[in-house]
Design a protein around this ligand. Sequence first.
Ligand code: ADP
Length: 516
Amino acid sequence: MKTHSRNIILIVFITIILPITTYVIYEVSTLNENEEMIKDIYTDQLETMLFSVNQYSNDFISTVINKVETEFDPKSGELPMEVRTLIWQNGFQFFSIMGGGDIYSMDQTENELLPKVLDLAREKDLLIEQLIGYMKSGYRKLEPAGMIDAGHSVYQVLFAMIKVDDEYFLFTGLIEPLNFVKEVLSPKMQQIGNEEMIVTLQKENEQEILFTTDSLTNNILVARKMWLFPDLIVGISPRSVTMEELVARRLQNNLIAVGLLLALLAVGFTLIIRNLNREMKLSQAKSDFVSNVSHELRTPLALISMFAETLLLKRVKSEEKEKEYVEIIFKETNRLTNIVNRILNFSRIEANRRSYHFSEVNINELLQEIYRDYSYHLDQNGFSHKLINGDHEIILNADREAIYEAVVNLFDNAIKYSNDKKEIIVEVGNNEEEAWIKISDQGVGIPKERQQQIFDKFYRVSERDVYTAQGAGLGLTIIKHIMDAHHGSIKVDSELGKGSTFTLLFNLNGTSWQES
Ligand code: ADP
């Protein structure tokens, strides 16, 4: 049995505990690496957010230039009014379209800027060549070409090529960067920042925040140059926690989760072992039970068979002897009936089929009756005995048969487990709260450490040299069930070698007792 349980523990250990523990150890050891990886992924995510801010600005201005390209007529050099309005509405302060040294179209409102734009175009002829090159490969590139200081504002100049009737024209647009960010970009930045992030704008190499989607609570984690406005830096900062805190929190959460997992594992393992032990003990007890019952049945059966045979063969000398043998057969038959009844009662309890029938029971009278029934039996077994019946008549709401059975079981045990000192005292009593029936003997007693277990099914104290009496280990289990059904309890007070007192306790709340 022990090797069997050891094998099961080993299997549980190898199949469940070992792999999980190995996994947990591996996870803990790679936790730091994972956190680094998470940090990288997080930074990548932030970069993607900033990329999309840039991409959005680019797309936005590209849409305007596409419109210019489709609507521009080089012959008249005119741009329809709605296209001009579109240009102004979309953040441009000044624009011009030039080709081959001619100026085709421009914004008339700020024409004093034109000389500066022309200077810049001349200066950046290489860049213009490059942009034409891109166009030839089918791709229009928007390029920041420099800054123009107009006194009241500083403008960013953007260059883009347009192609009309196979000719290339340079579109130059002047944008006041901060204005563009506030008017055009801020909704997009809000959207990107969402609930968790704050998007900011700074001048390169300057601490001052020019624009932010909300007031900053943490450091800026990632910052990138804006493609179209190279002296502006767009940055991103978490709203509530810094990345270190985030990573530390994740690490902490992971460790807590791992700790909990291990604790659960330990609890699970303990439960498995405990359950296993209980099952082992129960199966041991069951096999003991079979041998105990067979043993218990064998004695009365052997006696009945022997005396019945003697009577049958008419070997009995006197009538007196014959009466004695018949009495033995009668007594042993009763004993057999009791054993079988006990087993049947127990199996009813196990199947949840035992029912109780409650009525008013006078406990004093009941005890007197049992005592009367048992006195002869006690006398015959050489016991001195006494019934102490209290001053009060106790009436309980109880199942008479069941209480009778419980008390008789206790009597049987007191007889069975007494050696030389044969003395049994029965006491009925009560106080305000409870009533009791006590049965004391001066027998072998029960070791302290076993006193809880004796109420378990099939349990028998196994110190064989002391406990020679036969039994199946069911009596006390049945009594406990009876007492539970009566909302009462059974208590044992015992000392090895000195004797035992078993007490049935009934709660008097809701029941009545009267003075006799
Ligand atoms: P059984 O008597 O058939 O073994 P019980 O359930 O009645 O089963 O009792 C369980 C165990 O408790 C007994 O095997 C015995 O070891 C112990 N026991 C019960 N009553 C007494 C008693 N009066 N004195 C000593 N031991 C007792």
